[in-house]
Ligand binder design. Structure first.
Ligand code: ADP
Ligand code: MG
Length: 339
């Protein structure tokens, strides 16, 4: 008798969860990305005890159709792509169909969703990957996901969680970036009843940056706007005298997706060149737009890292755009500085 067995779905989901769900902020990310993919214009995030006790994401998006509620929690089940060739022009944040089954495998999930405006929806309760209840319920259009007791059934994972403050830091950092990536969406974030972030969703990136960094910092931001045949660039960068001690203040958004890319953040830094004090970093929120075929987002499971096919051109474009803004800026205040 051979020894190889195909793992049952529960075990397979727990293994996948190990990759997708590193910590509470991973759940916030996956749920909020689903809300964005569903076309939501308002997304409310509630977190308790750094997300270890509770994470709740409520949206006013398309909702999940009654017949899809259970399937949404199946592995590799997605409404966002249909075939391999779709991988080369992805326009949604999700596409792997791994988040919901992974989350449900390591927590207690309550999913309330309605795809119609009639006031009737479905409530699905899943604990540790097993469906406990599935019933009709009153619900307005949209989705309301509550995730409780993360890692309750995987104590080894739970032990690796850091303090509530650290976990909350990851969540708020992520939500700040996301709010800057989506100024047309109204976000709220609450932790243990305290409001951490609230944005209006009126499309004004500067207002979102003011909500994140404070109004006095927002006043020291310079608008950036430019394009060439391949790329568009839009956003704000800080005056060289408004800096931070780490790179966290740089938010790079590519086609609506917050990304981490050293070449791009390096381009921002080198635009400042000698204007920045040593070991200081600018604040920036930059939206880069390009044809999706010029970028591969299918590189990393958390989809933070991306690969550009014409990276050198992109780097030069960003550096040139920001340098010309800064150059204009540095000359003007010096000339008009009171003596
Ligand atoms: P993916 O996002 O990669 O498709 P997920 O496991 O995150 O996979 O979600 C599975 C499916 O459940 C999605 O493709 C979508 O159809 C549905 N879904 C999940 N969350 C929402 C939501 N907030 N609003 C509408 N549909 C959702
Ligand atoms: Mg998803």
């Amino acid at each position: 008798m051979g020894k190889i067995k195909v793992l049952d779905e529960h075990v397979a989901n727990q293994i996948a969860a190990g990759e997708v769900i590193e910590r509470p902020s991973s759940i916030v990310k996956e749920l909020v990305e689903n809300s964005l993919d569903a076309g939501s214009t308002r997304i409310d995030v509630t977190v308790e005890e750094g997300g270890l006790q509770l994470i709740r994401v409520t949206d006013n998006g398309s909702g999940i159709a009654t017949e899809d509620c259970e399937a949404a929690f199946f592995r590799h089940a997605t409404s966002k792509i249909e075939s391999g060739k779709d991988l080369f022009h992805i326009r949604t944040l999700g596409f792997r169909g791994e988040a919901l089954p992974s989350i449900a495998a390591v927590s207690k999930v309550e999913c309330v969703s309605a795809a119609e405006t009639g006031g009737l929806g479905r409530k699905l309760i899943i604990e540790g990957g097993s469906i406990k209840a599935f019933q009709e319920t009153a619900a307005s259009r949209g989705t309301d996901m509550t995730v409780r007791e993360l890692f309750y059934n995987t104590p080894a994972r739970l032990k690796y969680m850091k303090t509530i403050q650290t976990e909350l830091g990851h969540i708020s950092d992520y939500m700040y970036r996301l709010a800057m990536a989506h100024p047309h969406v109204a976000f709220s974030v609450k932790h243990n009843g305290n409001l951490l972030l609230q944005t209006l969703g009126n499309g004004d990136l500067l207002q979102v940056m003011a909500a994140v960094y404070g109004t006095s910092t927002a006043k020291a931001l310079l608008p950036v706007q430019g394009e060439n045949a391949d790329y568009t660039l839009k956003g704000y960068v800080s005056r060289p005298d408004v800096t931070r001690s780490n790179r966290q203040g740089m938010t790079i958004v590519m086609n609506g997706r917050t990304i981490r890319n050293y070449a791009v953040s390096g381009a921002v830094m080198s635009a400042y060149h000698t204007l920045l004090p040593i070991n200081r970093y600018p604040i920036a929120a930059l939206h880069i737009g390009m044809d999706p075929s010029l970028v591969d987002v299918n590189v990393h499971p958390a989809k933070l890292e991306v690969r550009f096919s014409k990276e050198q051109e992109l780097v030069r474009f960003i550096e040139d755009q920001i340098r010309s803004i800064l150059r204009g800026q540095v000359l003007i205040p010096q000339a008009s500085r009171p003596t």
